[in-house]
Design a protein around this ligand. Structure first.
Ligand SMILES: O=C(O)CCC(=O)C(=O)O
Ligand SMILES: [Fe+2]
Length: 212
């Protein structure tokens, strides 16, 4: 596929360096309110450009179409989903899932089990405001951990009710963001379209079983 990154401007290790995870100890928490929080660790994965290139070429990306307002429209991003127990497309993703599971074991009480992948080809690709509420996230506190590779795009978060400022975090190049507590129920998140020239980004979302 030809969604190329423009060089490896942000990858200090150079494009040849294999991907490697750093420690999770330095992750920082922001309490959002209404029982929700986010943890953010910029640059958790070194060599993220190399992983981006492997995933662009190695993942069986699907274009989906969905019914919306009685019309069938293209979902504006490419998707892949790995169920619990299914082999992930790169060994470093299994490492990431397991490291997250170990780090959050006491607080989450269960492992991260599935991996959803999104490829945002350019600024026209996006995800609209939503919570991950198809599964248990609708009723229970849970966590969704997002590892981002490729060009950075802003992830926005806003409270579902009651108003308040929108929270914005730029995610790409190996950054980690974990949504926790009631975040899927009491907050929404989105990756808005961008009018400017934006390179491709891949988001990898790790979730416990039964959370979508
Ligand atoms: O691109 C992202 O990091 C967010 C993706 C997302 O919210 C989802 O797939 O549920
Ligand atoms: Fe989401």
């Amino acid at each position: 596929m030809s969604y190329q990154l423009q060089g490896s401007l942000f990858d200090a290790d150079g494009p040849e360096a294999g991907p490697a995870l750093g420690p999770l100890g330095g992750i920082g928490r922001t309490v959002l309110g209404h029982g929700a929080w986010i943890d953010v660790l910029p640059g958790w994965l070194r060599g993220a450009d190399a992983l981006f290139e492997r995933l662009v070429d190695g993942v069986p990306w699907r274009a989906e179409r969905r019914e919306m307002y009685e019309r069938v429209v293209d979902v504006p991003r490419l998707l892949a989903f790995y169920r619990e127990g299914e082999a992930l497309p790169d060994p470093v993703l299994a490492e990431a899932r397991d490291a997250l599971g170990a780090h959050y074991r006491a607080e989450l009480g269960e492992p991260f089990a599935t991996a959803g992948l999104c490829l945002y080809r350019d600024g026209r690709d996006s995800v609209a405001w939503h919570g991950d509420r198809i599964g248990r996230g609708d009723r229970e506190d849970t966590m969704v951990a997002i590892l981002s590779v490729g060009q950075a795009r802003p992830l926005l978060l806003r409270p579902l009710a009651g108003g308040g400022p929108t929270v914005r975090r730029s995610l790409g190049h190996g950054d980690l963001l974990v949504m926790g507590g009631s975040c899927q129920r009491t907050w929404e998140h989105a990756v808005p379209k961008s009018a400017g020239a934006v390179g491709p980004r891949i988001s990898i979302q790790f979730r416990p079983g039964g959370v979508r």
